[in-house]
Design a binder for this molecule. Structure first.
Ligand SMILES: [Zn+2]
Length: 434
């Protein structure tokens, strides 16, 4: 049966209107009325050339005007924010993260406080929206449901519920409906045998999940490892490829399939990195932008020589290092060049995949893989928003929420300049720094 990905994405946009704002509260007063960001370089996320000496005006959390200072009047009474010499980009969107489960390096800590703490962490790093692709519990749905699109100063959250792993087709149908009944933003499954260490989900179960999620209008995100599974899940009706193809080079059939179905592909290069990088001290352990929010106890554990030695001797880790990551990077270049929609996503959130920092590391690795800084910025803003059905986010254009990252240096000159975060604004609300 043909799958209507476009329709499903439109439905997704509807189900999350509370997230991105199909409503405007009559007494909305975010950002203390009207804000004007004056004098900065504006990279609007669409791929258009930067506007030098620009102005962005927002009212009640929504952008109302963007353009060169000479032709963009500042309304009377606007609160002016001098961003001369800075570069403004849209709030960054992580299309594959996880929240709430990990504390330090330990999982099993899912609770409301931990979810909120991690959404604040993402926000401080300029990641203003996170699509949590699995392991979401009641409190995550509650926080997603209650977040007001206007009065928000932590990362906007989308949730998928548990990663579904039904044993029968009947169970699959029940499981999809259980998650859909809670208005999950995505259904998430894994089709992977973990380098031969576990059983793979049977094709008829994948098909039952894809058909039922299609019926319920909830997009299906699939964790895959190899090309064969990526193709078969795409054919079954998957809407979102949540990791890189890592066993071999992608081919024309896969590229055509992704493009024909308008399905987005998420590299999660830092997920591969995290499997082996702690075999020695990572260079980012001396990056002040990482250290500002790092837990010294976690760093001490990751520095333990015995732990590093174990990772050096771990077959899986070395496979991800020597085979999976190089394949993921060369496939990213092929798919990007072919015009496939690449959505920046990291799979951050599990232990030692550092939320906030890893998104910047991911963007740097995407450039290492061969994408241009402009392509990577689009991937993390307008393309990511498109892939998640977030019509009111992802660019600095009139009508969008004023989710703005103010940088000290220009990321088009060097993608690592995304780390020069000076201020983060969400719907015109300044994200607090502790
Ligand atoms: Zn994940």
């Amino acid at each position: 049966m043909p799958h209507t990905h476009h329709t499903k994405r439109a439905l997704l946009a509807l189900t999350i209107s509370c997230l991105t704002g199909a409503f405007v509260a009559s007494s909305a007063n975010a950002g203390e009325g009207t804000l004007a960001f004056v004098g900065g370089r504006i990279v609007d996320g669409t791929g258009a050339a930067a506007i030098e000496n620009g102005v962005i005006v927002s009212t009640d959390g929504r952008i109302v005007a963007v353009g060169p200072a000479a032709s963009t009047p500042i309304p009377d009474g606007a609160q002016q924010i001098d961003v001369g010499g800075k570069t403004l980009i849209p709030g960054l969107i992580n299309t594959h993260g996880h929240v709430g489960g990990v504390l330090g390096l330990e999982s099993g800590h899912y609770n409301r406080g931990n979810v909120l703490r991690q959404l604040e962490l993402y926000a401080r790093y300029g990641i203003t929206t996170v699509n949590s692709l699995g392991d979401d519990e009641f409190e995550g749905f509650e926080i997603r449901n209650e977040q007001n699109p206007v009065f928000i100063n932590h990362s906007r959250l989308m949730v998928a519920g548990p990663v579904l792993a039904p044993a029968t087709t009947a169970e699959a149908i029940r499981a999809v409906n259980g998650v859909a009944d809670q208005s999950a933003n995505f259904i998430k499954i894994r089709v992977d045998d973990n380098l031969g260490r576990s059983a793979k989900m049977a094709p008829e179960i994948v098909q039952a999940i894809a058909d039922e999620s299609e019926k319920r209008g909830v997009p299906l995100a699939v964790h895959i490892y190899n090309l064969v599974d990526a193709k078969s899940t795409l054919a079954a009706g998957a809407d979102f490829i949540a990791h890189s193809v890592r066993d071999q080079a992608v081919d024309a059939e896969f590229i055509d399939g992704l493009k024909a179905a308008d399905v987005c592909y998420t590299p999660t290069l830092t997920r591969e990195l995290s499997t082996f990088v702690y075999e020695s001290e990572p260079t980012f352990f001396s990056d002040p932008f990482f250290l500002k929010d790092a837990d010294p106890a976690v760093l001490a554990t990751l520095r333990e020589p015995e732990r590093q030695q174990r990772m050096r001797g771990n077959e899986g880790a070395q496979h991800y290092k020597n085979i999976a990551l190089p394949n993921a990077m060369s496939n990213l270049k092929i798919l990007s060049d072919a015009g496939v929609k690449i959505a920046m996503g990291t799979d951050s959130g599990p232990a030692a995949r550092f939320q906030g920092y890893f998104e910047h590391l991911e963007m740097s690795m995407m450039v290492d893989a061969g994408m241009t800084p402009m392509q990577v910025l689009q991937s993390a803003t307008s393309v990511a928003a498109d892939c998640l059905g977030l019509n009111y986010l992802g660019t600095l254009e009139a009508g969008k929420w004023a989710d703005i990252v103010v940088l000290d240096a220009d990321p088009l000159a060097d993608i690592n300049n995304t780390k020069s975060v000076s201020q983060v604004w969400i719907a015109g609300n300044l994200v607090p720094t502790p």
